[in-house]
Design a binder for this molecule. Structure first.
Ligand SMILES: Nc1ncnc2c1ncn2[C@@H]1O[C@H](COP(=O)(O)OP(=O)(O)O)[C@@H](O)[C@H]1O
Ligand SMILES: [Mg+2]
Length: 261
């Protein structure tokens, strides 16, 4: 991504985040809490995933590991499809609670990460306003966070993610503090932002209505991530078949070589 907003296009199916037996333990000794037990999963370009689980099941910890905001205490989290050293640019995070900076207006909040990325003020302002407009929020542009409802503030937080044009959006219970109507509006703008960008989106939630808005569902319980029935096994079986085909070709090649001699 350059400051003027051009960027190379990702081919579909590219893996943006890959967790391999990724675990996170808080503390040490007898009081240690395993928030996430060896989780293995991948988020590919264009995916739409809900991570469903009750409070305390490890959703936030998993999302923070995926975002690169936290490091696994065992296992690995890799971002093969994203340029190294620029995760904050390419992974947009929406948090559960208020996250707008109180002294800045909505449009200034949206423009701030762009300024941090080195975008010039005038362009940052224009892109921030365009992001608000894209989500139908232009009327909120000059409001301070104090003047917004929780749902409006959360939609502005989504615009802030959209303005930076990430490849992956991680939203951690983005509707957890909202009533049903506001929750619906936030999910609406979140999915619209992801569609506009062609970005993958992963949303943690304990609300089945939110989960139902996304095509894929993962679940978490007691720090253990469970993928839909068979996913991991199917992936493994497919890998095995691919390896077997390769090995078969290699054997055939060796046979031909032997016969040629
Ligand atoms: N900073 C921390 N220090 C110690 N324990 C933590 C910390 N953050 C989370 N935990 C514990 O890890 C577990 C998973 O928490 P979390 O990832 O926040 O779950 P969720 O987002 O599903 O509510 C919980 O038992 C929680 O108490
Ligand atoms: Mg949480």
């Amino acid at each position: 991504m350059t400051a003027n907003g051009t960027e190379t296009v990702t081919p579909g199916g590219e893996q943006l985040v890959v967790c391999t037996d990724a675990a996170r333990t808080y503390g040490t000794g007898p009081g240690a809490v395993v928030a996430v037990h060896g989780a293995s999963c991948a988020v590919t370009a264009g995916a739409g995933i809900a991570v469903v689980g009750p409070s305390g099941s490890g959703k936030s910890t998993l999302l923070h590991l995926m975002a690169g905001l936290d490091r696994p205490t065992a296992g690995r989290v890799a971002h093969p499809g994203l340029p190294e050293g620029s995760l904050p640019r390419h992974i947009g995070v929406v948090f559960q609670g208020p996250s707008l900076l109180p002294p800045l207006t909505a449009v200034e909040n949206v423009a701030l990460p762009l300024r941090i990325d080195g975008v010039a003020q005038a362009e940052a302002d224009a892109r921030a306003f365009a992001a608000l407009e894209e989500l139908g929020l232009e009327a909120l542009a000059s409001k301070l966070p104090d003047e917004l409802s929780a749902g409006q503030a959360q939609r502005v937080a989504v615009a802030r993610v959209l303005a930076r044009r990430p490849r992956l959006i991680l939203a951690d219970e983005p509707t957890g503090q909202l009533d049903r109507e506001s929750a619906g509006q936030v999910m609406g703008v979140l999915l619209a932002a992801a569609a506009t960008l062609g970005a993958a989106v992963l949303v943690s939630t304990h609300d089945m209505r939110v989960a139902d808005a996304l095509p894929t569902r993962w679940s978490m319980a007691d720090g253990r991530l469970v993928l839909p029935d068979g996913t991991a096994e199917e992936d493994r079986a497919e890998e095995d078949r691919a390896e077997e085909r390769l090995a078969g070709k290699r054997r055939a090649g060796e046979r031909q070589e032997r016969e040629a001699r």
